[in-house]
Write a protein that binds this ligand. Structure first.
Ligand code: SF4
Length: 496
């Protein structure tokens, strides 16, 4: 049986869809392609289970929709699994209906693939996609590598003389005219027991260079845990996939073995760990000390997501010794009121300290910021913009990401927005961070202006001069140009 893990082309004048492995969807004029770890793990698991797997990321390959349709029909997969998100789910419905129709037209004898949707949006609203498209199955929950394996083994069994019963939890499907499901998804897959991801099968090179966060390409992504040991921010779309306190980790040893393989076999120079938040405490210490013992700190640069206030000065220095570089810190806002309402669990007073500690350890902090909260005043948004300017001027941060906050279905923030009557629309196409989709004391024009101001906050003479004087090698120069190009791209992304 052939299984296609597909990202169909999503053609839009807004740019390239940043869909895979992404907690907050965006269209980018200057694209970044992120290696999708969980779908890649699904492809590997399926291949190890004897399925013929076709890795079909047409977004990262940059092929046209027309060419992709011809290719997928020629490939004739039995199952097409598509990861979706809120702002593109309606596009995916149309694509599913079109491919179903094309297959019926192209192949006589009733052959048509089963189409499966995965991701946070369909986890929140599984029935919606079955009602609005010809999708056959909705796989809910974050462990969709395990769940897809379960579903495909079930579909394979239907061809045998002893068909199995679909028991994998969290799957929605049609049964005659009604929608059935196999119960609530569970997150208990043994991460240590997973095979190492087959990077060749999943065309890792598609994502190795076109990624704005890599200073030393080729780079790739790994995940030490699923997904975030904090897991409580009210806006975070991945808390829909990984709710509650069920954070699971691979052992430091296993993680290092995978990194060792990436260094030796693929010659990667930079690795980003995209666990929602990288493990801390004894796990972190063991990981860093063993990476140093193995000499990986001389061979590869590491990056990860980390929370404000999570680590001590000593921890940051140990990470530097283990050759961490890029540290992505979710700051979101400089208003304590907003941080509290987001259940962010951090204090404004701790933000500067953390960022200074990261910088003083020799690491490169990258902060994420958002504007456009329904309670946020102009003054509060300006506090975030001014703080970003201050951080760049002082040299405490090197890069930044700014977005317009969107309440994704499934998040506590969406529930709050529904309850309070804040939503201006439930047209999912508009939930793409290009505009404010809820009532706000600040106009949409001003929100876009604040987002652009966040991107241009780096443009202080002090920051630019410091950057020029700290150039040490060709990688630094290339990264500087890449960062400038990205910044201009993002400025264009948020034009009115
Ligand atoms: S810390 Fe980051 S990954 Fe974790 S819940 Fe908050 S936003 Fe999501």
């Amino acid at each position: 049986m052939k299984i296609s893990i597909s990202y169909p082309p999503l053609e839009s004048e807004k740019g390239i869809a940043l869909l895979s492995q992404n907690r907050q969807f965006q269209w980018f004029k200057d694209p970044t392609y992120i290696y999708p770890v969980i779908p890649a793990s699904a492809a590997t698991l399926l291949s190890k289970s004897g399925f013929d797997v076709f890795w079909d990321d047409a977004v990262a390959e940059g092929i046209s929709y027309k060419d992709w349709l011809i290719r997928i029909i020629k490939e004739k997969p039995d199952v097409i699994a598509v990861e979706t998100k809120t702002p593109v789910v309606k596009r995916h419905w149309k694509i599913i209906n079109e491919i179903k129709n094309k297959f019926r037209h192209e192949y006589s004898g009733g052959f048509e693939p089963s189409v499966v949707l995965t991701g946070d949006h369909v986890t929140a609203l599984p029935e919606e996609s079955l009602l609005n498209s010809e999708a056959d199955f909705i796989v809910t929950g974050g462990d969709y590598d395990f769940s897809l394996q379960g579903l495909c083994l079930y579909l394979k069994s239907l061809r045998s003389s002893a068909p199995a019963i679909l028991k994998t939890p969290g799957i929605y499907y049609r049964e005659g005219a009604r929608i059935s499901n196999t119960g609530r998804f569970v997150l208990c897959g043994d991460l240590n027991g997973l095979p190492y991801i087959d990077r060749k099968l999943t065309k890792w090179q598609l994502y190795a260079y076109m990624n704005g966060n890599f200073k030393y390409p080729p780079g790739t992504y790994v995940m030490a845990g699923r997904d975030c040991w904090y897991g409580r921010c009210s806006f975070c779309s991945w808390t829909t996939l990984f709710p509650g306190s069920g954070f699971r980790l691979v052992s430091p040893e296993r993680h290092l073995n995978e990194i060792g393989k990436l260094i030796e076999e693929l010659k990667v120079r930079e690795i980003f760990d995209d666990s929602g938040c990288f493990p801390i405490g004894g796990w972190l210490k063991e990981f860093c000390n063993k990476a140093i013992e193995r000499g990986y700190n001389k061979k590869v640069v590491m990056g990860c997501n980390m929370r404000v206030g999570a680590l001590s000065r000593e921890d940051w220095h140990l990470m530097k010794k283990a050759n961490f570089r890029f540290i992505l810190i979710g700051l979101e806002s400089m208003s304590q009121n907003t941080l509290d309402r987001l259940n962010k669990g951090i204090k404004v007073s701790d933000i500067k300290n953390t960022i200074k500690m990261v910088k003083n350890a020799g690491l490169e902090p990258h902060i994420t910021t958002m504007v456009g909260y329904p309670w946020e005043t102009k003054e509060e948004a300006l506090m975030t913009v001014d703080f970003a300017k201050y951080l760049f001027k002082k040299g405490y941060i090197d890069t930044l990401q700014a977005t317009i906050v969107v309440p994704y279905p499934g998040t506590p923030m969406f529930e709050e927005a529904k309850k309070e009557g804040w939503l201006l629309t439930e047209d999912w196409d508009r939930y793409d961070m290009r505009e404010s989709v809820w009532k706000s004391p600040v106009s949409n024009g001003d929100i876009l202006k604040f987002t652009r101001s966040l991107y241009t906050s780096a443009l202080s003479p002090a920051f630019i001069l410091r950057k020029i004087f700290t150039v040490k090698n060709i990688s630094d120069i290339k990264f500087l140009f890449k960062a400038a190009k990205k910044m201009l791209g993002h400025f264009a992304d948020f034009k009115e």
